[in-house]
Write a protein that binds this ligand. Sequence first.
Ligand SMILES: *Cc1c(COP(=O)(O)O)cnc(C)c1O
Length: 419
Amino acid sequence: MYKPTLDYAQQLDKEDNLAHLRAQFHIPKDAKGNDWLYFTGNSLGLQPKQTQQYIQQELDDWAKYGVEGHFEARNPWMPYHEFLTNSMAKIVGAKPLEVVVMNTLTTNLHLLMVSFYQPTKTKYKIVIESDAFPSDRYAVQSQLKFHGFDTEEGLIEWKPREGEELLRIEDLEKIVDEQGDEIALLLIGGVNYYTGQYLDIKRIAEIGHAKNCIVGIDLAHGAGNISPELHDSGVDFAAWCTYKYLNSGPGSLAGLFVHEKHARNKELPRFAGWWNHNKETRFNMRQPFDVMPGAEGWQLSNPPILSMAAIRASLDMFEEVGMEALRAKSEKLTGYFEYLINQIDTDRIKIITPSNPKERGCQLSIQVKNADKSLHKKLTENNIITDWREPDVIRCAPVPMYNSFEDVYRMVEILKTLL
Ligand SMILES: *Cc1c(COP(=O)(O)O)cnc(C)c1O
């Protein structure tokens, strides 16, 4: 199979039919002009070179047309979000009706909970993973509080078992079996940000729905990384950001998914603004509120076009390459990375991410016994950009769009010397 040599890594790069994509990104460099080994595409994806030109075009059209750009720009701003919908829907395996790009992730989670977290006196609890991303935890706790419930008592944590790091689906099944009558909502990270574990979203939906719980998925670490097949999974809603694997720039807008089965339900409680009002009559300005069907019916405001231009630049690349080819490279690249780490002759290292490629995306979370943040600092001094999580985990994401087999080879060589 794999070999732990530089020659072999370079050979894999030669055989990689996506290798040319790297040159289409700005790769950060050190003071001497050497490329960083960038493994934090799970935090902020790198900038596609074409992003500048996409944004420049909107700046030019704004200069040229002013307000008329809403209709006259080469990409008219009025329907601009629609230009993103098809590509984004493909990336997450949804129908175009089910997807919209708007707001930011945590904002979208709240707007979705306005509609889909409808607690009663007896059925009000929310299930999250015990190591959910802090923003998600704060969001659900504030929703509990907003509805008058206790933020501790109302929150159920799906935890790894004693001595384990990964979640077991049977344990979620047990929670929902035993307490389902009190549970209103499951809000689960599809790919856990800390362990990199990719959960069976379809199974989670079945478990929740069997007890009449709403199921929502946070795909911040999934979108552009794995293929979640949101429509077929049957989950009620999902949201994700575009600045991680979707390379759309710091703080860029987020995605939102509402399953088709809810698309035409006008009875759902929701917040309103002029942008979820019927497009046809929006500018009559006097009509009573008439909500649009599908995911667009959750928008509130006219969106920031410059951010959407950056998203468009990136989605055009995803459209060209396709998730299938990216996934195929990703499994091989992360597989090689895992292989190299396992070759290191030490008992200090443990990969906590699942070893089954179907249960992970590109990220590996590497636990280093007796290490502290100085290890991360030394890696950085060696041009290796990774993410450190206390107490002892390095999160490292080789991204198939721009990372090479040589990148992971060099990274592991340096990690070896530092240990
Ligand atoms: C990155 C991330 C966020 C960040 O939320 P923003 O609203 O975009 O700041 C939230 N949740 C998860 C699971 C994340 O990975």
